[in-house]
Structures are given as C-alpha cells and as structure tokens.
Ligand binder design. Structure first.
Ligand code: PHE
Length: 453
C-alpha cells in the first residue's frame, strides 16, 4: 500500500487507499467509546453543539493544513517541520512541533491500547454468550470484575500492542487494506442497526433530547476545553498522524475534498454511536455520566435482549477492535518513520522500541482502573491525567501551532498550490479560518480554562 520511492519515503497506491487509511485513523475508539461517555459526563446537547462547531471551524481547516504540511515536505513530521521552516526561512524552533507530536502519539497509544484491549476481550465475552438475557446489573458487574483484574487487562493490552506492532513492521499490507475496505462499511451498517434497536425502546426520544437539545447552563470552561480537545482527538489532529499520512499522498489529489469526506464520515459515526447508546442508558435507568465504561455497560444489554443479538455483539466488538487498530497504527507511525528515516533503525527495531515503551507506559492505565484507582495526581487517576494532558492540552497546542505555521509562516502561494481548492473564495475562507479563527478559538478556550477570561 505504501510503495517506497527513491527518497526512502512511501506513497499511497491510490486516492482511495489514502482516504481509507485516513478515515481509518480518524474513526476509532474516539467516536464509539469516548464521544458518548464524555458527552454523558458533560451534560449532553450543549457539549455536542460545541464539539460540532469545533470540528467545523477548527478541525476541518487544521486537517487541511496538517495534510498540506505533510504532502509538501514528503517527510516524517520532525523532518517535515525542519524542511518547511527552511523553505520559509523561519525560526528553527518550529521542529519542536514535530517532537511534541511524536511524544503525544505514544502517550495516547499507551491508554488507547488498553481500551482497545477491552473491546477485544468483549469479542470473546460476546462469543461465549455472556450477554444473553443479562440485565443491566449483571452487565455492570461483568464489566466491573473485568476491569478490576490487572492480569486480564494486561493480557488484552499486550495482545493489542502486538497486533499493532506486527502490522506496522510489515508496512500496511494488502490484507489490512482489504479488511478495512469491507469492515468500515460494515461498521456503518451495524451502527444503523443499533440505532434501529434504540428506536424500539421507549426512551428513544429521551436519548435524542439529551444529545441534541442544548442546555448551556451545563457547560463549564472545562467541558468546552474537552469538546475542543475531542475535535482534535477524533480527527487525529495536532500530533503528526495526519501529517505523516499526508506525506505519503501524491501531488495530484485534492486535499480539501478528501478532508470533507473524512471529517464527514467521522462525525456521522460519532453521532450514530450517541443515538444508539443514550436511549439504552435511559431505558435501563443507568447514568449518562458513568464514565469510560459507558458503552461496555450499555450495548451488551441490547445485544443480550435483541433477536440476532449474539451475532451482532460479536461483530460489533470485532469491528470496534479493528477500528481501534487502524487508529493505533497512525499513532505509532510518526515515531517509527522518524526512527527509520533519521536514526537508521530497521523497521523491526523501530517498532520494537516504540511499541515496547508504549506497552510499558500502558501499565499505568491498566493499574489506574484497579490497584492504583485511589492514586490521584491533580485530582485525576493516571489514565485521566494522560487523557487530559494529550487530548485537552497537547493536541490543541499542536493544532494551534500547525494553524499558525500554515497561516502565517508558510508562503501563501505554496499553500494555495497545495490545497488546489475549486474556487479562489474557498482558499480565502480557509486562510481566514486557519490564520485567525482557529488559533484565536484555541487561545480563548485556554484563557477561559485558566480563569483569565
Ligand atoms: N482519531 C482516533 C479516534 O478517534 C484517535 C487518534 C488520535 C488517532 C490522534 C491518531 C491520532 O479514535
């Protein structure tokens, strides 16, 4: 899928494979696991509205910017920033942006892999019939006893990290490409079926109401930050994943069109997940704010109750694990590409080191759900701290810098050339969003959170 050319840097075989891979990176646990539970924790409608606004005015323009930086440089994020800074005769400090991205990717992967391990474990639980006719209490105790066991979590986390490393070592091969080609559409179909099930419950409209009718009194500074951070997280922005994927993109493909497609698909999956989950939450008198376990405590009830639920449960968790896998390879790829291209590592050694370090770090997240659950720093468990640091701080800061670089440092002629928008007005709108609106929005949200505003 990525052919290596003379510079040693790869290329996608077609526009379609690129869209597939970038959508694979964007659609993942962020949409199906994280979006519903943070929406539940932050009061619903108003939070969703802020998230959608952030995707539109911050996420989409920055996604175009980040893809463009990658494609123009045809390098890994660290080298890309070095090269582009030279081209623009700018200050060399910009390459720290590449560094921050590589580190953020590994930090995110360390907890992402633990949660993806939960999804994998639930494939087996669904398969062995654990959900059949189980009520909300039984499903909750199943989940509690599972996350209470460090051994089980470590086992599944290890398995998932190994799967990620094997795929990344091989380069993204035809097998995965084919699999994703079928599994992605299948995931869509399954999400619609789950929504159809949610429609049969009495609480369907209550769920919709929770998601789509905004009550702004429930919005705090921190929930606005979480909504904005999630826009970055869910679109894989601000840490070089999209930059590295853009760097494998050939010059004749329209960046803007592919970005609309990817962001659109990502948003639809998240909304479908929300529409499927909240009716089940209310129907079973569960709490929307029950945290990271939300989908594991709700969807199995539906699988246990509906006809054909056994098969749907198995398929759903397989697809969730695969969706997580296509995201995890993009989280580790910037680090691997840099180790191979700049540090002379073989691909095997690069995967082993970055994967090994990430696996070790992941143990912190494993323990924060059981033996270290009382250990808190700044009022947060280790998992919550890592999530806050990466999604709410590092990604928005990375995205802010990408916007400033694309809007102010890079030559406008170069960016116009790269983006090749259909109309000149389209380019002007992008330029306005990326130079002023997106950086100002990120900055204002930060000021608000630290209490200056
Ligand atoms: N976008 C992925 C998701 O929603 C997570 C991710 C974040 C992937 C950052 C790459 C980079 O699950």
């Amino acid at each position: 899928m990525i052919d290596t050319n003379t510079t040693g840097h790869g290329k996608w075989s077609s526009r379609f494979t690129y869209i597939l891979a970038a959508t694979g990176s964007a659609v993942g646990l962020g949409n199906i696991w994280k979006f519903p539970y943070i929406t539940g924790e932050n009061g619903g409608g108003a939070f969703v509205l802020v998230y959608l606004a952030c995707v539109l005015v911050i996420g989409i323009p920055i996604m175009m910017a980040e893809t463009m930086l990658g494609r123009r440089s045809q390098r890994n994020p660290i080298e890309a920033m070095e090269l582009l800074t030279k081209e623009a005769s700018a200050d060399s400090h910009w390459h720290y942006l590449g560094w921050m991205g590589v580190i953020a990717g590994l930090l995110i992967l360390s907890y992402y892999s633990v949660i993806a391990g939960w999804a994998s474990a639930y494939v087996l639980k669904a398969f062995t019939g654990s959900f059949i006719d189980a009520d909300a209490t039984a499903i909750k105790s199943l989940f509690d006893s599972f996350v209470g066991s460090p051994i089980q979590l470590i086992f599944w986390h290890t398995l998932f990290m190994l799967a990620t490393m094997v795929i990344v070592v091989r380069g993204i091969n035809n097998g995965l490409e084919k699999a994703v080609q079928y599994l992605m559409p299948a995931l869509f179909v399954l999400m619609f079926l789950l929504v159809a099930y949610a429609m049969t419950t009495d609480s369907y409209f209550k769920g919709l109401h929770f998601l789509f009718s905004p009550d702004f009194s429930k919005l705090t500074g921190n929930s606005v930050l979480t909504a904005m951070g999630h826009a970055f997280f869910t679109l894989s922005l601000g840490m070089g994943a999209i930059m590295v994927y853009g760097s494998y993109l050939s010059k004749d493909i329209s960046i803007s069109k592919t970005v609309y497609l990817i962001a659109g698909a990502d948003t639809v999956v998240a909304l479908l997940a929300g529409i499927a989950i909240f009716p089940i939450v209310f129907e079973n008198n569960l709490h929307p704010s029950s945290g990271p376990g939300l989908i594991f405590e709700t969807l199995p009830i539906a699988f246990g109750a509906m006809t054909g639920g056994w098969l749907m449960g198995v398929l759903f968790f397989i697809m969730l694990a695969v969706a997580a896998l296509t995201s995890s390879i993009s989280l580790i790829e910037p680090a691997v590409a840099w180790l191979v291209e700049n540090r002379g590592f073989t691909r095997e050694k690069a995967c082993l080191w970055s994967g090994g370090a990430t696996w070790f770090l992941g143990l912190g997240t494993v323990f924060s759900f059981n033996v270290w659950s009382d250990f808190k720093l700044f009022d947060r468990t280790l998992f919550q701290l890592l999530d806050y640091l990466t999604a709410n701080l590092m990604l928005p800061i990375g995205g802010f810098c990408i916007a400033v670089f694309a809007g102010w440092i890079m030559n406008a002629k170069h960016s116009e050339e790269e983006l090749a928008m259909q109309t000149p007005a389209g380019f002007q709108v992008w330029k306005l969003l990326v130079s002023y609106v997106a950086p100002a929005a990120v900055f204002l949200v930060f000021l608000h959170v630290i209490g200056v505003l």
